[in-house]
Design a protein around this ligand. Sequence first.
Ligand SMILES: NC(=O)c1ccc[n+]([C@@H]2O[C@H](COP(=O)([O-])OP(=O)(O)OC[C@H]3O[C@@H](n4cnc5c(N)ncnc54)[C@H](O)[C@@H]3O)[C@@H](O)[C@H]2O)c1
Ligand SMILES: [Zn+2]
Length: 338
Amino acid sequence: VRDATGALRAALVTDARVARLHSRAALTALRRAGLDVHMIVVPAGERSKSLVRLNQTWSFLARSGIGRADAVIALGGGVVGDLAGFAAATWWRGVPWINVPTTVIAQADSAIGGKTAIDLDWGKNLVGAYHQPAAVLVDPDLLGTLSEREYRAGMAEVIKTGFVADRELFGRLECETEALSRRHRPTLGRILSQTLAAKGRIVAGDEREREGGRRTALNFGHTLGHALEAALGYRTLKHGQAIAIGMRFAAWLSVGEAGLAPGSAQRLETLLDRWRMPRRVPAGVDTTRLRRYLSQDKKGRHGVRWVLTPRVGHASVPRLISDRRIRAALKRFGARHG
Ligand SMILES: NC(=O)c1ccc[n+]([C@@H]2O[C@H](COP(=O)([O-])OP(=O)(O)OC[C@H]3O[C@@H](n4cnc5c(N)ncnc54)[C@H](O)[C@@H]3O)[C@@H](O)[C@H]2O)c1
Ligand SMILES: [Zn+2]
């Protein structure tokens, strides 16, 4: 922390579950390094990406006397990273922060790219900022305490990155499913760093996600995935599970619209099956409801654009696909006609 920021004082932000499992070790290490550390614990879960918790975090930064020479440290999953990162981005118009991600999603995805945000009643990630952390400390050992459900769901983002950005990574994921599923430390470490490197290459060319820019590739599977999460009120499916369905859907569209070989789509299906990811739109979600959320998901004037892939390891710029085709495809994936 001191090497990266020069700080002598730090505010550690974490959630209740991570605090129980890992805060003692973190506090000890930080204090041993000579830092004056203050800790705030927010409830675990997406609901902490809120104005209420942000306000509470700002008050805590004020009480702890955190200024520009100090640092904010996020210890937790994507929720804590997004909340603490946004608090750091806005406090004194930006103080340094350090991210210590503790979930697969956070280690493989949110740890890189510098996006921070909170949710509002009107939608997810509506208020945020780009604020690069001064350092990211990725320790795969921290994943050892993650629940099986969280661990598996997080792998969807890893698979996505391979499928749209790194063919070699995707191949490794196919060969090493077994070692990964028992969280074999060296395998996990290699896969995570390859995933981060692939994401880093994409983000480097397009930090602010321009329309049609390279970063949009990372939204593969997310167009339908986000709509499913919203339609289900963010309860039934984990983010990774929702995008697994979204990726199957986008791969199926890619076969018809982008020339993806059916065998390549099948490789994705098989890998997602091996991780026991859901296959179909859950019961009770109808096409009308889904299409309403689809058209809300960022895409502007010209209707919904879909990230497709012409071959493994590549993505094409988001493409408009006719509503009629989407409706038919949704039915094929189990959405009720409505
Ligand atoms: N900024 C970005 O670029 C970016 C990218 C992807 C996702 N995100 C955001 O990240 C969030 C999802 O992240 P998440 O899945 O990490 O959610 P999360 O932070 O809520 O973590 C999931 C659960 O795992 C628990 N947990 C965390 N680490 C643990 C550990 N080591 N052992 C045991 N339990 C642990 C948490 O307490 C929580 O209950 C979403 O809000 C999403 O918008 C941001
Ligand atoms: Zn995602």
